[in-house]
Design a protein around this ligand. Structure first.
Ligand code: NCD
Length: 487
């Protein structure tokens, strides 16, 4: 099977079988590290880093050099035509005509998707703002597998800035898919974003359990956590088992056995909106040092970090054989060699013939109406003036009750308050068009392709809609009869 011309924008672009195949080629590539190979001779990789980078950029470039290919690079948006107001889509098209593969890091969430949509050559996301960083996850998973042989059933504790840490987001999806249990220590203010939690529970069918909600007997056996995320017992069969019974007791007993790995990241200061927010985060930020690791639950724990570190990871741990962070970084080169080789189609991979259901496939209906701009995340690429010229708001309708839409670029979610229909059968003439509360049965009645959403009643009225009897949120969502009388 070939991965030729595939993109890697999110870790879910690769199934578990494909990730394992990348890793077996990584093993081969590790053998080639001190030799000059010609696997990608004649190929050009564009390395575009519009945010600081040491490991990711240099390991991608080292990987391409070791494969015998060439590298063209731009490392500062200010020196490219982006500074002249060029859109990412135009830039992607142009660079796609110069290079065979593109690696991009960009501060805006969703930028890598735009590149993938327009470049016409494979695009690898090397970090898009606070959204995802899938190749770091490959380094993390590969390290776990090398050290622990399996990921299924491992207990991984995540510390640090879970909200803004893109490596954490991609890693949680992968850990869930491979069947690890994830522990979230108490760290108010830096929790996973809501959209990540929704994916973990709805799409990967795991469960979040608050520490305080667990039976006392189990609590006693756990180190203090804020929440535990428990994956279904057979994650690879997710799609086949709509009603999964998760055996919490067994999984939690496993937690008692201790933490297999703890993963920490630095405060993502550049993603915070103010210095004050950064200062707030400083106060209770974890510091992983010898003292911290004295707890018996960490006796066997690998210490992992995507680097760079600041104050959260003590240098005194560097000589400990359980400290993995420099190995994670070093493995970046053979992993990226394998990835470039496969996406360029220079080698094929063999993955087990059985159907791989590890990536939940959800064909959600799309919301594409352009009724004013939908404000959902100030860091989404769709908010940039340069991109608004050609991007229309586009959301997946991931849930109807409560109505939840997820941006196709940054995945942040919105919960619109008011809805209307563009179907002439619902609204006979323009001047009788009505809007309703999204919290009524109308949300089920309007077909996705006819749905129109509004943040506020004012915006509904500005667009020519009048309030229906069901504009008040408290109307009975299960009583369509009342509405027919109204009409
Ligand atoms: C991470 C990143 O850029 O998100 N670094 C990396 O690529 N290894 C982590 C970080 O910057 O904190």
């Amino acid at each position: 099977m070939s991965l030729k011309n595939r993109n890697l924008v999110t870790i879910d672009d690769l199934s578990n079988g494909e990730i394992e195949a990348v890793f077996s080629l990584t093993d081969e590539m590790s053998e080639l590290m001190d030799k000059q190979s010609a696997v990608c001779r004649g190929k050009i990789m564009a390395s575009l880093f519009f945010e600081p980078s040491t490991r990711t950029r240099l390991s991608f470039e080292a990987a391409m050099h070791r494969l015998g290919g060439s590298v063209i690079t731009a490392v500062d948006g200010g020196t490219t035509s982006l500074a002249k107001g060029e859109s990412l889509a135009d830039m992607a098209r142009v660079i796609g005509s110069y290079a065979d593969i593109i690696v991009i890091r960009h501060p805006w969430e969703g930028a890598a998707k735009i590149f993938a949509d327009y470049a016409g050559v494979p695009v690898i996301n090397a970090g898009d703002g606070g959204h995802e960083h899938p190749t770091q996850t490959l380094c993390d998973l590969y390290t776990l597998l090398k050290e622990r042989q399996t990921i299924e059933g491992l207990n991984i504790a995540l510390f640090g800035d879970l909200e803004n840490g893109r490596t954490i987001h991609s890693l949680t999806y992968a850990l869930a898919r491979f069947g690890a249990n994830i522990g979230f220590p108490s760290n108010a203010g830096r929790e996973l974003p809501e959209y990540v939690k929704r994916k973990l529970t709805v799409e990967y069918r795991g469960q979040f359990k608050k520490y305080k909600d667990l039976p006392p007997a189990i609590q006693k056996r756990l180190f203090p956590l804020d929440a535990v995320y428990i994956t279904p017992s057979s994650p690879h069969q997710l799609a086949m088992m709509p009603e999964i019974n998760i055996n919490i007791e067994i999984k939690l007993k496993a937690m008692k056995a201790g933490v297999d790995a703890l993963y920490v990241n630095r405060r993502q200061l550049e993603r915070l909106s103010s210095i004050a927010e950064g200062e707030g985060l400083k106060e209770d930020y974890p510091v992983i040092d010898k003292k911290f690791l004295k707890g018996k639950e960490y006796k066997e724990a690998l210490v992992m970090h995507p680097l760079p570190r600041v104050d959260e990871l003590a240098y005194e741990l560097d000589d400990d054989p359980k400290s993995m962070y420099f190995k994670q970084a070093a493995r970046g080169v053979p992993i990226r060699m394998a990835l470039l080789t496969l996406l360029l189609g220079e080698k094929e991979i063999s993955i087990p013939a059985k159907e791989d259901l590890s990536v939940p496939k959800r064909d959600y209906p799309l919301y594409r109406h352009d009724f004013g701009f939908i404000d959902h995340n100030s860091k989404c690429v769709s908010q940039l003036d340069t991109e608004k010229r050609y991007i229309k708001p586009e959301f997946k309708i991931v849930s109807k009750e409560p109505l939840t839409l997820s941006c196709v670029y940054c995945e942040h979610e919105i919960h619109p308050q008011y809805i209307a229909s563009s179907d002439p059968h619902h609204e006979k003439s323009l001047d009788s068009r009505k809007y309703h509360s999204a919290n009524t049965y109308w949300v089920r009645n309007i077909k996705p392709e006819n749905l129109i959403i509004f943040d506020t009643e004012d915006s509904a009225k500005e667009n020519g809609f009048k309030p229906s009897y069901y504009a008040g949120a408290s109307r009975d969502r299960n009583d369509p009869g009342k509405v027919s009388k109204e009409q």
